[in-house]
Design a protein around this ligand. Structure first.
Ligand code: KG4
Ligand code: ZN
Length: 358
C-alpha cells in the first residue's frame, strides 16, 4: 500500500491542505503542507468567531488546495486517495473542507477517508519518522482536548485513560495569556514571555483530580488572582482592583513562567503515574501545545529517563495542519479499515474525546 493522499483540514480557524505519500517501505513523507491561518481576523474578538471562520475557509480553500498540489509537483490525476478532518470542530468550518474533499474524491473516483481530528493529532508523530513498537501511551494536548490514551499492539482503537474535567490545556494557556494582555491565540505568546521570567516565582497549585484526569480551572483562577489581586466585595458588587496594566513586564514574565511550569507539571505527573502503573515502550504526543519548547524538552527528558521511544511531531505538524489528517488516513489504510462512503457527515464532537455526561 503506497501512493499519494490528498488531505484537507478546516475544523477551526486554519484552512489547510497537504499531500502525504506512503512509500513502498512504509514511510509517511509529507510532499507539501499548506496552512492559511485566520488568526488576524479573530484577533480583536480574542477567540474564534464561527461565521467569520467559515467565510474565510470558503475564500481560502481552493487557493490552498492548488498550492498544496503545486508544491508537491503533483496533479489531481496523480492522487490515489482523499482524506479530510470530519470531526470535531465548528460545523460551518468543517463543512467547507469536507465538501471540497468529497467533491474531489467523487470526481476522481478515489477512496475517501473522513478523519477524526483528535486521532490525527495522536498519530502526527509518525509523519516522517520510523514506525514505533506498541503498546504505546498517546497524549493529545490542544486547544480543545487534553487526552491520555493507551494503544495496544494490533488494536487500532486507542483507549481513553484520562481527559480534562474542565478546560483543555491550550484553552488554559490562551486564557492565562489573555489575562496578561497578550494577543490571541495566546499559547505561543505566553511561552515567549515566560522565557524572560522565573518559573519558581509563584507556587501555583496542581489539581487534585482522580485517576488520570486533568483539570486546569484551579490553576486558571490562581493565575487570575495573581494578576488582578483577590476580588473585593461580594456577589454582584465584587470587583478587581488591579489589571495587567499595573504589572511590570518582569512581573508578567514571572507569572507566565510560573503558569507554564505548573501546567506542564500536571501533564508530566499523569504520564509518570501511567507509566509506573503499566509501562509501555513508546510515547506518542501531538496537538498545538506540543509546539511548546519547554514541554518538548520535558517530554524528551521523560523519554530518556524511562528508556521510551518518543514520537513527537515537528512543530509544523503540532498546530492544526492537513499533513496529520493524511497521516491518520494512511494509518487506516495500513490497518485495513475500509474507506468511508461520501455520505459520512461532518460532526461537531469527537468519538475519541471525553465521555459526555448529560
Ligand atoms: O491543535 P491546535 O492547533 O488546535 C486544536 O485542535 O485545538 O491547538 C491550538 C492550541 C491553542 O490553544 C494554542 O494557544 C496552543 O495550542 N499552542 C501553544 C503553543 N503553540 C500553540 N500552547 C503553548 N505553547 C505553545 N508554544
Ligand atoms: Zn487541533
Amino acid at each position: 500500500m503506497h501512493g499519494r493522499m490528498l488531505a484537507v483540514e478546516s475544523s477551526c480557524d486554519e484552512t489547510a491542505a497537504a499531500i502525504v505519500e506512503r512509500t513502498t517501505d512504509g514511510e509517511l513523507r509529507v510532499l507539501s503542507n499548506i496552512v492559511a491561518s485566520q488568526h488576524e481576523l479573530h484577533q480583536r474578538y480574542a477567540g474564534v468567531v464561527p461565521e467569520i471562520a467559515s467565510r474565510a475557509h470558503l475564500e481560502k480553500i481552493l487557493p490552498v488546495l492548488q498550492e498544496a498540489l503545486a508544491r508537491a509537483r503533483c496533479t489531481l490525476n496523480e492522487i490515489d486517495a482523499v482524506s479530510v478532518g470530519i470531526r470535531p470542530g465548528l460545523i460551518g468550518s468543517l463543512l467547507v473542507g469536507v465538501s471540497a474533499a468529497k467533491a474531489i474524491a467523487w470526481s476522481l473516483s478515489k477512496p475517501f477517508y473522513g478523519i477524526d481530528h483528535v486521532e490525527a493529532h495522536l498519530w502526527s508523530g509518525l509523519l516522517e519518522q520510523a514506525a514505533p513498537t506498541f503498546p504505546a501511551y498517546g497524549l493529545v494536548l490542544s486547544g480543545g482536548h487534553t487526552n491520555l490514551f493507551r494503544i495496544e499492539h494490533g488494536d487500532p482503537q486507542p483507549t481513553l485513560l484520562g481527559w480534562t474535567i474542565d478546560d483543555a490545556i491550550g484553552e488554559a494557556f490562551d486564557k492565562a495569556a489573555f489575562m496578561l494582555g497578550l494577543p490571541h491565540p495566546g499559547g505561543p505568546h505566553l511561552e515567549q514571555l515566560a522565557r524572560e521570567g522565573n518559573p519558581r516565582a509563584h507556587a501555583f497549585p496542581l489539581a487534585q483530580t482522580e485517576g488520570f484526569q486533568f483539570s486546569f480551572s484551579g490553576l486558571k483562577t490562581a493565575m487570575l488572582y495573581a494578576v488582578r489581586g483577590v476580588p473585593e466585595g461580594r456577589g454582584k458588587s465584587s470587583h478587581f482592583t488591579r489589571s495587567h496594566l499595573d504589572l511590570t513586564r518582569e512581573a508578567k514574565a514571572d507569572l507566565a513562567a510560573s503558569f507554564q511550569r505548573a501546567a506542564i507539571a500536571s501533564i508530566l505527573r499523569r504520564l509518570r503515574e501511567a507509566h509506573a502503573s503499566a509501562p509501555c515502550p513508546t510515547l506518542l504526543v501531538g496537538g498545538g501545545v506540543i509546539a511548546n519548547q519547554v514541554l518538548r524538552h520535558e517530554l524528551m527528558a521523560f523519554a530518556v529517563e524511562h528508556d521510551l521511544t518518543l514520537r513527537m511531531p515537528s512543530q509544523a505538524y503540532c498546530v492544526d495542519n492537513a499533513a496529520m489528517i493524511g497521516g491518520a488516513a494512511w494509518m487506516r489504510v495500513v490497518q485495513g479499515s475500509p474507506s468511508d462512503p461520501l455520505t459520512v457527515p461532518a460532526q461537531p464532537t469527537s468519538k475519541l474525546g471525553a465521555p459526555r455526561h448529560s
